[in-house]
Design a protein around this ligand. Sequence first.
Ligand SMILES: Cc1cc2nc3c(=O)[nH]c(=O)nc-3n(C[C@H](O)[C@H](O)[C@H](O)COP(=O)(O)OP(=O)(O)OC[C@H]3O[C@@H](n4cnc5c(N)ncnc54)[C@H](O)[C@@H]3O)c2cc1C
Ligand SMILES: NC(=O)c1ccc[n+]([C@@H]2O[C@H](COP(=O)([O-])OP(=O)(O)OC[C@H]3O[C@@H](n4cnc5c(N)ncnc54)[C@H](O)[C@@H]3O)[C@@H](O)[C@H]2O)c1
Length: 460
Amino acid sequence: MRKFDAIVIGSGQGGVPLAKKLAKAGWQTAIVEKRWIGGTCINDGCTPTKTMIASAAAAHIIANSQEWGITVSDFKVDLEKIVARKNKVVRSFREGTTKSMEKIQGLSIIYGEAVFSGDKTLAVKLADGGQDEIAADHIFINTGTLPSIPPVPGLDTVNYLTNTTIMDLTKLPSHLMVLGSGYVGLEFGQLFRRLGCQVTIIDKNKQLLQHEDEDVAVAVKKVMETSGVMMYSNANVQKIEQTGDVIRLQLTANGETHAITGSHLLVAAGRTPQSKSLQPEKTGLVLDEKGYIPVNDKLETNVPGIYALGDVKGGPAFTHISYNDHLVIYKNLIHMENVSIKDRPIPYCMFTDPQLGRVGLTEKEAKAAGYKVKIACLDMTRVARAIETGNTQGFMKAVIDSNTDKLLGVAILGPEGGEVMSALQLAMLGGLTVTQLKEMIFAHPLYAESINNLFMTLDK
Ligand SMILES: Cc1cc2nc3c(=O)[nH]c(=O)nc-3n(C[C@H](O)[C@H](O)[C@H](O)COP(=O)(O)OP(=O)(O)OC[C@H]3O[C@@H](n4cnc5c(N)ncnc54)[C@H](O)[C@@H]3O)c2cc1C
Ligand SMILES: NC(=O)c1ccc[n+]([C@@H]2O[C@H](COP(=O)([O-])OP(=O)(O)OC[C@H]3O[C@@H](n4cnc5c(N)ncnc54)[C@H](O)[C@@H]3O)[C@@H](O)[C@H]2O)c1
């Protein structure tokens, strides 16, 4: 048995920086990873998808080049090259992260799968064979999630794709069907549509992106349909079967029955925590009914000395949140601060084109919380830069507290929507009023300049 001061299980977006910082602070630290350093974000999530989305954006511009007065006689999408470019970027991020850890004294990287074998004790099935037994007074669980496979009849009998396997295809699907219209379904749906595939997205919910305001969800749906994606909402998939290379879905949507056939099926129906396989009961760790690890505002679990960070604690499932989790733990443990995850801002950006940048309360959340609100909306067709660059889909929306004249939340569905949202996030954190934002000088003609115009709509 090897004893450490700290063990981090999983090398996700919180685990890696935490392990590095604890080791630098003089703690003998081990980080255990069963697959690849960098976890979901680098290997299966943000990095590869955004790299491939850049290729899809290039294909979109070339396919529509006439709109900008450029004639392109012919072009070819080479998925093998797109995937090779993606793999190169992923490899460089993964190797960079690994090297940055290898340099640190007092940090042991153990490749293998960790499972609790007793109180704060882990058995590690090593990747290159054999077993290690390790223990620590402080254990940090950063094991993330895997794709959820819903119990749809027949799904387990077909060759479905997940967010991981779809990015290894080297031939374009002729017709990609997608189960689920969350971030994963929408980003991949538009990506493959732009590369030339027929795409159909099916979701069981009536409103896509259920947590957003209805006007935002309707506008996102319009974006997808304008991209040429077929959308089925309020759908119940009753049966899935495969004959040869053809996958057939039988579903009802809004009272009508449909049979859809396609060449590929992507399951993008949410995520499942990697927690039960840890045998948490061996150390007395309690999970919730979905398998997530409940934590308090300081990310402590029910077992003193054991913490959970990132997606495995139940989200919000974003890289920047997992990263921020590590700061909360580190500052409290090493600098004896009193930092909490309570009331921290949760910005996010969906990388469809146009992007959806969001922070703070939605209109419905603000009203439910009892705020007296004012709403400012500006269509992208009225944003100078959007007109100039030829991308006028979407709109900007701000939810304002009528009593304080300050922002409660924003949704920016537009080109560079994530960047504009971030500017407004800073304004929210700085406590700027809407009147100040309306009159603030921004460089012309940035998208951000339209922040003036967004709040001018309140004067009418
Ligand atoms: C397709 C896709 C696109 C995404 N795009 C974005 C985006 O654009 N922006 C954004 O903010 N977020 C995005 N996300 C979400 C983001 O990837 C996650 O929120 C982020 O990776 C945080 O993960 P984590 O730190 O909780 O753990 P993860 O990154 O999931 O890492 C967990 C690690 O633990 C390891 N592990 C698990 N169990 C064990 C064990 N028993 N022993 C040893 N190791 C173990 C796993 O192998 C894995 O490497 C995306 C997700 C997906 C699926
Ligand atoms: N840009 C980003 O920041 C980004 C990108 C991708 C993923 N992510 C993160 O990853 C998480 C997971 O994304 P996701 O899209 O897999 O999950 P999700 O939970 O966001 O969406 C899953 C969708 O699948 C639908 N669904 C579930 N079961 C179904 C069934 N049987 N039939 C039809 N539809 C079904 C749900 O109604 C839902 O709309 C997100 O919540 C997000 O936090 C972030």
